[in-house]
Design a protein around this ligand. Structure first.
Ligand code: KG4
Ligand code: ZN
Length: 333
């Protein structure tokens, strides 16, 4: 029997709906970004995000069904991001998905946002267990060991800023638009020089990360230059920052693969779109003979197809979610 899941994702500032067939084939993946709205505030304003989701969710859901050529009666389940994320934003998706499931008698499936990011890799390839997932997004920086589908053991995480958050703060200091990650990435790739920045390795056996010291080093370099009435080349700053991030992420992820004897390194989250990071991981994995999976760019940042991909595993096991489920901004994996 063909399984068609309609998924909704509204955890932050993207309103997205997707229809995915048998957990792999994307029939539609509509993403409406609120970026232009939040840009003028230099970051996501939760109150505004939530209201925007309310305004767009129905239209996005309809567009996704229409693009997929699927009617509500053809669906096998409705899935939604339960958390983590902004509570007001999560609520909009959860309420919409519940209403749809209830009114059409469809199974309802709640999905963890990070599981979605990881399973985005199933939409473009195979997962080989046991694996190490390097999760790098605006809210998370984690190394996760997965023995099998649905089993997540966290080996390390950031002790302060998430890597995407550090990108966005550095971008702001360089007067680049929000979200800053792609702009810092572009500048770093164009740079003809680099201002060296520190690397936070932490304890030798630790899989944790820390990016706040690096962020402060960037801000200090910019402030000190301003006091000397000099301006630093933003591309050189971007390159120094990006190189520090990439080195630490690459070394720790590869060490986790080797130490756990994993079959594959899987990369997930918005920062997986970073071209410098992709190249560094590709080179390191090919040198070490490690199998690597990174989603195509459009599936790295928040989208509902990844939520449908993760929901499919639960659908196969008939592991459905009760309709009294609550959006959980702190949901653990
Ligand atoms: O996964 P995501 O879409 O949302 C969260 O779940 O947080 O990630 C968004 C983050 C933002 O911080 C954004 O600046 C960053 O991913 N990002 C990038 C790139 N594209 C998006 N960071 C570095 N380089 C990129 N090319
Ligand atoms: Zn995300």
């Amino acid at each position: 029997m063909t399984c068609r899941i309609l998924a909704l994702e509204t955890s932050c500032d993207e309103t997205s709906a997707a229809v995915v067939e048998d957990g792999r084939r994307i029939l539609s993946n509509v993403v409406s970004s609120q970026m232009d709205t939040h840009k003028r505030f230099g970051g996501v304003v939760p109150e505004v995000a939530s209201r925007k989701h309310v305004e767009t969710i129905t239209r996005i859901m309809e567009a996704s069904l229409e693009e997929a050529g699927v009617q509500l009666k053809d669906l096998s389940a409705v899935a939604v991001t339960q958390g983590p994320g902004l509570v007001g934003s999560l609520l909009v998706g959860v309420v919409a998905a519940k209403a749809l499931a209830l009114s059409h008698g469809l199974p309802f499936i709640g999905v963890h946002h990070i599981a979605g990011h990881i399973y985005a890799n199933r939409l473009s390839g195979e997962l080989h267990f046991p694996l190490i997932a390097l999760v790098v997004s605006g809210g998370h920086t984690e190394i996760i060991h997965m023995e099998a589908d649905g089993s997540f053991r966290r080996l390390g995480q950031t002790r302060d800023d998430a890597v995407g958050e550090a990108y966005d703060k550095v971008a702001r200091a360089l007067s680049l638009p929000y979200p800053g990650g792609p702009h810092v990435d572009r500048l770093a790739l164009e740079a003809d020089g680099e201002i060296p920045m520190p690397r936070a390795w932490l304890e030798p056996d630790s899989y944790d990360f820390s990016f706040s010291g690096l962020k402060s080093a960037v801000l200090n370099a910019l402030n000190q230059a301003a006091m000397r009435k000099e301006t630093l080349d933003p591309a050189h700053v971007a390159k120094g920052f990006q190189q520090s991030v990439i080195d630490v992420l690459t070394v720790k992820a590869l060490r986790a693969v080797k130490e756990t004897g994993a079959e594959q390194l899987v990369v997930a989250g918005g920062v997986a779109a970073n071209r410098g990071l992709r190249t560094s991981l590709e080179e390191a994995c090919s040198r070490e003979g490690i199998r690597l999976a990174i989603p195509p760019l459009a599936l790295c940042t928040d989208n509902a197809a990844m939520i449908a991909a993760a929901a499919y595993l639960k659908w196969e096991r008939k592991s459905f979610t009760a309709l009294d489920m609550k959006a959980d901004p702190m949901l653990s994996l």
